[in-house]
Design a protein around this ligand. Structure first.
Ligand SMILES: [Zn+2]
Ligand SMILES: [Zn+2]
Length: 455
């Protein structure tokens, strides 16, 4: 019997961390932080650390990676298996996380020496995508691109006769990134379960024993196309009224995809872009192995675009805003926590023709979330009235995770005896579970940190 313990990440958004144990051995999937109250960390049991044989990291985002140093603080000496690109991105995330903790007057639970102690091992050097390889005697893994961020992967583990699938953060609908569809179960369509179970592990078609899958959008049925149509409508309306749109986006991730999208959809509009967002675009262009078909050419067209103005300081920003008039402005920090994002917000507030379009997760208490509340409610608990903030703030999510149709699709591609729905708060996860159970799915779980599952 194998045991899964949720150290974080199921029934909540953040601190993704899943412990797998068999007898006195353990492996860990992700070890992230939660960006609330100055930083929350997984429920690490220090007594398990000596059992840890390997740690796997799905991608560089803070909610999957920022607690890795804690493992080393508690005495872990082994490796963190991830992609090379993920390891290259991490120093920037550690710096940002430390700045975030400081801004909240919170103390980091680890020191620089624990960050420096992390030993990375690279998945791509062990095997190509979708191919099994051995990590240590008794554990075989395979990985594939998960379409969520350059370097982001899904993982399948074959350990002590159990097959475990971990989607990481997954989307098959990225505008620029390639996704390797996990096809663990493709061949068993038409065959029965017992038949599939008899097949050897070297074949596809085996039923997984456990799948931990990204279900961040709960039961939401929208496709990316629906979201982009909404974003397009909202942007069009502002441009028609001679207003500017501010898109606060994370430094690396959906920002680059939306930038390419905006340059193609609004060929007449001026684009003002923070330099911080351009470096990841260049980095992305240098990683063709993580890109989807045609993505490189589309990025190159954006870079050659004469309507693109890159800014990096207040003087340049002021000058460009004054000269450009109506524009599409891309600034870093998707939750508007950065000074620069707030600066743009202040410059634009006061005029109803402008709009802020928030496109991702908004942590409780973040500046973006407060701006949204101030804008949509006529009055809220902080006493702000909509009339105090004439600028419109809208929240239209760009998909970088999975919703209902994607979860269904994944369960078809990766048939599994037990499925843990991850990455959404408990009520949203419960709602998705209810829908899936009504549709006849069995063995699906909505769990919370601290919960255990024997499989
Ligand atoms: Zn992520
Ligand atoms: Zn995540």
């Amino acid at each position: 019997m194998m045991q899964l313990t949720i150290w974080g990440g199921a029934g909540e958004h953040g601190r993704s961390s899943y412990l797998l144990q068999y007898k006195d051995e353990a492996v860990l999937l992700d070890c992230g932080g939660k960006k609330e109250s100055g930083g929350q960390y997984p429920l690490i049991s220090p007594e398990v650390i000596p059992q840890l044989k390997a740690v796997f990291l799905s991608h560089a985002h803070e909610d999957h990676s920022m607690a890795l140093p804690l493992l080393y603080k508690h005495g872990y000496e082994g490796e963190v298996w991830t992609s090379r690109v993920t390891a290259q991105q991490l120093p920037g995330y550690y710096q940002a996380w430390s700045r975030y903790a400081r801004s909240q007057a919170a103390e980091l639970p680890y020191g620089d020496e624990h960050i420096a102690a992390i030993r990375y091992a690279y998945l791509e050097e062990r095997s190509i995508a979708d191919e099994w390889s051995s990590v240590f005697p008794g554990l075989r893994i395979k990985w594939g691109r998960s379409g969520h961020l350059p370097g982001a992967v899904w993982l399948a583990l074959d350990w002590h006769g159990k097959l475990v699938y971990f989607s990481g953060d997954y989307t098959a609908e990225s505008g620029l990134l390639a996704t390797d569809e996990p096809l663990l179960g493709a061949i068993c369509e038409g065959g029965d379960e017992a038949d599939a179970a008899r097949r050897s592990i070297s074949e596809t078609g085996r039923i997984a024993d456990l799948a931990i899958i990204d279900a961040a959008y709960g039961a939401n049925p929208d496709s990316q196309a629906v979201r982009l149509a909404e974003l397009e409508r909202a942007t069009e309306e502002v441009l028609r009224a001679q207003g500017s749109v501010l898109y606060p986006v994370p430094t690396s991730g959906r920002g680059q995809e939306l930038l390419v999208w905006a340059s193609e959809r609004f060929p007449e509009a001026q684009l003002i872009v923070e330099r911080a967002l351009m470096e990841p675009l260049h980095q992305l262009a240098a990683l063709p192995e993580w890109l989807g078909d045609g993505a490189l050419a589309r990025m190159e067209a954006l870079l050659a675009n004469g309507r693109l103005t890159i800014v990096a300081n207040e003087e340049e920003r002021l000058k460009t805003l004054a000269r450009k008039g109506s524009a599409l402005i891309f600034t870093n920090d998707g939750m508007m926590q950065s000074e620069v994002a707030r600066w743009y917000y202040e410059q634009l507030s006061g005029a109803a023709r402008h709009a802020v379009l928030l496109t991702g997760h908004l942590a409780a208490g973040s500046y973006g979330e407060m701006a949204l509340r101030s804008s949509v409610g006529s009055s809220d608990s902080s006493g702000c009235h909509a009339s105090d903030f004439p600028i419109q703030v809208q929240h239209i999510r760009y998909k970088v995770h999975q919703g209902l149709p994607d979860v269904r699709q994944m369960m078809k591609r990766v048939p599994s005896r037990s499925v843990v729905l991850a990455h959404a708060v408990k009520p949203r996860t419960d709602q998705l579970l209810e829908v899936l159970e009504e549709e006849g799915y069995k063995g699906v779980y909505s769990l919370s940190p601290g919960d255990r599952l024997i499989f």
